[in-house]
Ligand binder design. Structure first.
Ligand code: GLU
Length: 280
């Protein structure tokens, strides 16, 4: 069985215990399966990406004892590829320019319809104001995927993507995707592609067979599978792992410097200590 997995941190802050767990788990699985472990630098958000955080990623992962394939893919080298795909999706008529500001979306959401979910994996579910407005791309706050049209094109009547391990299954059908996820963002004027579009293209370009990532991304996986179907790309096996939490049960965040790997290193912890802390 071919097994290619990856760890894809954003260089926008220090890696913490949650990242260490994700990276070591993916690395362990690759080794167990005689496969490959890739490292990708998800520096899509150029306003927040920093060289020194990228350098720290290499340093921390090497200290943890991980090795990865060369070359390391960096998203910022692929903006033109993302744009090309965006143009393809636009040509087939399933994207649109959205001129709504965050405030417009909040205002529209102030009159919620009963029984209609307000939040999905992409944050507040877009109310659809611009869907048929035909705005010019030059005025856009963002480019959105018309989820109804996308599902109509991409999916057979009902399609269940069964997850691996504890991932559960995704029910991918129009009646689920449209109200629960809605018209997600694919690009912004200052961002060549959203996380959803870039991650699908990057995983496909690097022939990833197994995506191992946190359970917080479980819901987003449905979006990724729809994009793969639309673009004729293979769907990798998805494994969503537990999240590492602090003693209050809160998910660790980039700002949690206290749990940064660099902090533990400075305090004299060993890579084995880190493994034990995350339960590996
Ligand atoms: N750069 C993304 C993150 O750090 C990658 C998520 C994924 O594995 O798809 O959340």
């Amino acid at each position: 069985m071919t097994f290619i997995t990856r760890f894809a941190p954003s260089p926008t802050g220090p890696l913490h215990l949650g990242h260490a767990y994700s990276a070591m788990l993916a690395h362990d699985k690759a080794m167990e399966n005689g496969g490959k472990f890739l490292l990708r630098i998800d520096d899509l958000d150029q306003s927040r990406a920093r060289d020194h955080w990228e350098a720290q990623i290499y340093d921390d992962l090497a200290w943890l004892g991980l090795t990865w394939e060369a070359p390391v893919r960096r998203q910022s080298n692929h903006f033109a590829d993302y744009e090309m795909t965006l143009n393809t999706l636009s040509r087939i008529g399933i994207t649109y320019a959205c001129t709504c500001t965050r405030r417009d979306i909040e205002a529209a959401a102030n009159a919620p319809q009963e029984g209609v979910p307000q939040f999905g994996p992409d944050g507040r579910i877009y109310p659809g104001t611009c869907r048929h407005a035909g705005h010019d791309h030059s005025d856009a706050q963002c480019i959105r995927l018309n989820m109804f049209a996308a599902c109509e094109q991409a999916l057979p009547a009902q399609f269940v993507e069964s997850g691996q391990d504890h991932s559960g299954a995704h029910l991918l059908d129009l009646d689920t995707m449209v109200p629960n996820i809605g018209d997600v963002v694919l690009a912004r004027p200052n961002m060549a592609a959203s996380y959803h579009l870039s991650v699908v293209l990057d995983d496909a370009a690097t022939l990833v067979t197994d995506v191992i990532r946190g359970a917080d991304l479980f819901e987003a996986t449905a979006i990724h599978v729809v994009l793969q179907k639309l673009l004729g790309l293979p769907t990798p096996r998805y494994h969503h792992h537990k999240l590492i939490r602090d003693e209050n049960g809160k998910r660790l965040a980039k700002r949690d410097d206290a749990r940064a790997i660099a902090t533990y290193r400075a305090e004299g912890a060993s890579p084995a200590d880190i493994r034990a802390m995350v339960g590996l």
